[in-house]
Design a protein around this ligand. Structure first.
Ligand SMILES: C[S@@+](CC[C@H](N)C(=O)[O-])C[C@H]1O[C@@H](n2cnc3c(N)ncnc32)[C@H](O)[C@@H]1O
Length: 484
């Protein structure tokens, strides 16, 4: 074991962290990433670590607490200040033995140069997000952190609180912090943050020691579902002050591990864009991958194929039928799942856009009969009844079943299939002039260690472009089925 790991183990002992002798902390290479392995076989239910909350670095435990509370800072920004503060104390920080083990920063796109973001992420789901993140974080720093350097109650060394240090702290928080409880909020949890991630195949969970071990409360698990997970979490529902009855966190084996094998945690069921964004890595063939098609891309295609006027009126009818896309910040978009299936709302929009004028007029006249309380299923059924002369026959396809796939079948007219192909081409053009095959070739020649940024951005590009290929196959298959 290296010196830095030995000294971390001593630090853990002096802070009451118990780490089972069955776990080995190891380095991928001297001075590089750390991982956890099993020295002997581990069985489901084995308790492998206990971490007192007092050993976690949070806004409540940090010496920066008066500064944070005085400035009324909250959330991630407050934790970043706590982390920067403890780092600034060097050996004077109670967390020095832990902080020495952390990298300066995690290699997430937030800390890539502007030209790397431009070159490597163009067209991907992260392209816009990373640029927006940088701008937002700069504003946060200017507004809340810079003033503390000069006027705050603690004498801060500006060297540790600059914009660059703030970005570095944010990368460590996005990749290693855990939600502890409502008192501590998010925090850095030594030892717990040494486990690497494996999608859907983790070996350990973290729970609050005070929860009954047979609790079936999902919120005690560190795996949250795809929608809520933003980072590895230990969700605890009590409001316990530090040192209260819920004072420790436990790490329990949930899937057996063979002697010598790596012990994995999970950071959630998330796709490659989210993995790269928060943790700086990707996984090949990640089943949680998705690609988004912006509403703006759809309206651009429609205006080009038809006209602005038609696009506006069809979009407004779609909205009146209570449909919308997914929203984030100021954009609206549709998801295409890993297997290339478009979101129902996109199919409904394309269906309405491609209706011939007379049928669209009929739909508008009948709008009042479409109650706003209709659920998605009833609304599509009514739409088909109104807009198709053989609508009732078509409806037999779904045979009363409310399966989303059956609803989608109803909407996949020849024109909708062509629209999907055009949208796939349009979305693909955002990646530039090279092809998926070019990217695959580049990826096969790329080293995931020495060319980390290139490697993971290529995996992201390839994952997204493969979804577009599946979307095309989906549209072509659906069109062929109609012709049979
Ligand atoms: C919570 S830390 C895990 C411990 C980390 N390996 C270390 O050296 O301290 C999360 C970071 O570990 C790395 N990591 C975790 N799981 C990984 C995986 N499956 N593939 C590649 N890197 C991974 C990433 O750099 C990520 O940001």
């Amino acid at each position: 074991m290296s010196r830095r790991l030995r000294s971390f183990k001593r630090w853990m002992r002096s802070h009451g962290i118990e780490c089972s002798d069955a776990l080995e902390l190891a380095e991928e290479a001297p001075g590089r990433g750390v991982f956890v392995a099993a020295l002997c076989g581990l069985k489901e239910g084995d308790l492998v670590a206990t971490i007192p909350k007092s050993a976690c670095l949070t806004t409540r435990t940090s010496g920066a607490r008066p500064l944070i509370e005085g400035a009324a800072l909250g959330g991630c920004l407050a934790l970043a200040v706590a982390l920067m503060y403890e780092r600034s104390l060097g050996p004077g920080s109670p967390w020095y033995g832990y902080l020495r083990l952390l990298p300066d920063r995690e290699c997430v796109p937030l800390v890539w140069s502007a030209s790397e973001v431009e070159e490597l992420l163009a067209g991907t789901e992260l392209d816009k997000t990373v640029k927006e993140d940088k701008a937002c974080l700069y504003e946060d720093w200017k507004e809340s952190i810079e003033p503390l350097i000069h006027t705050g109650p603690l004498k801060l060394d500006p060297h540790y609180f600059g914009l660059e240090q703030y970005f570095s702290a944010k990368t460590l928080i996005s990749s290693r912090s855990f939600e502890i409880d409502s008192y501590h909020g998010s925090g850095m949890v030594p030892l717990a943050d040494l486990f690497n991630h494996k999608t859907g195949a983790e070996n350990v969970h973290f729970t609050n020691a005070a929860l009954p071990s047979d609790s079936d409360d999902e919120s005690a698990d560190n795996i949250s579902d795809a929608s809520s997970s933003s980072r590895p979490s230990m969700e605890v529902n009590s409001n316990s002050p530090a040192g209260g009855k819920d004072e420790a966190l436990e790490m329990i084996v949930v899937r057996e591990v063979d002697a010598g094998a790596e012990v994995f945690n999970t950071y959630g069921l998330v796709g490659n864009a989210a993995l790269l964004h928060r943790y700086g890595f990707t996984e090949l063939d990640n089943p949680f991958d998705i690609i988004n098609i912006d509403l703006a891309l759809v309206t651009k295609w429609s205006s080009y194929k038809f006209s602005n006027r038609r696009t506006r009126s069809r979009l407004s009818t779609w909205r009146k039928l209570n449909y919308s896309g997914c929203t984030s910040q100021d954009s609206e978009y549709f998801e295409i799942s890993y297997n290339g299936e478009p979101q129902l709302e996109l199919l409904v929009l394309l269906y309405i856009i491609t209706l011939v004028e007379s049928t669209f007029e009929k739909l508008k006249m009948m709008m009042d009969t479409l109650e706003s309380t209709y659920d998605c299923f009833s609304s599509v059924v009514e739409l088909i009844k109104i807009t198709r002369s053989n609508g009732c026959k078509d409806l037999k396809i779904i045979n009363g079943q409310k399966e989303p796939e059956d609803l989608k079948k109803l909407l996949l007219t020849e024109s909708v299939c062509c629209a999907l192909l055009a949208l796939a081409d349009s979305r693909e053009s955002l990646y530039g002039s090279n092809s998926l095959e070019d990217d695959l070739k580049k990826l096969s020649n790329c080293c995931c260690i020495s060319e980390r940024k290139l490697y993971h951005s290529l995996v992201l590009r390839v994952s997204e472009r493969k979804i577009l290929r599946r979307l095309r196959a989906y549209a072509t298959r659906s069109s062929k089925k109609r012709k049979l």
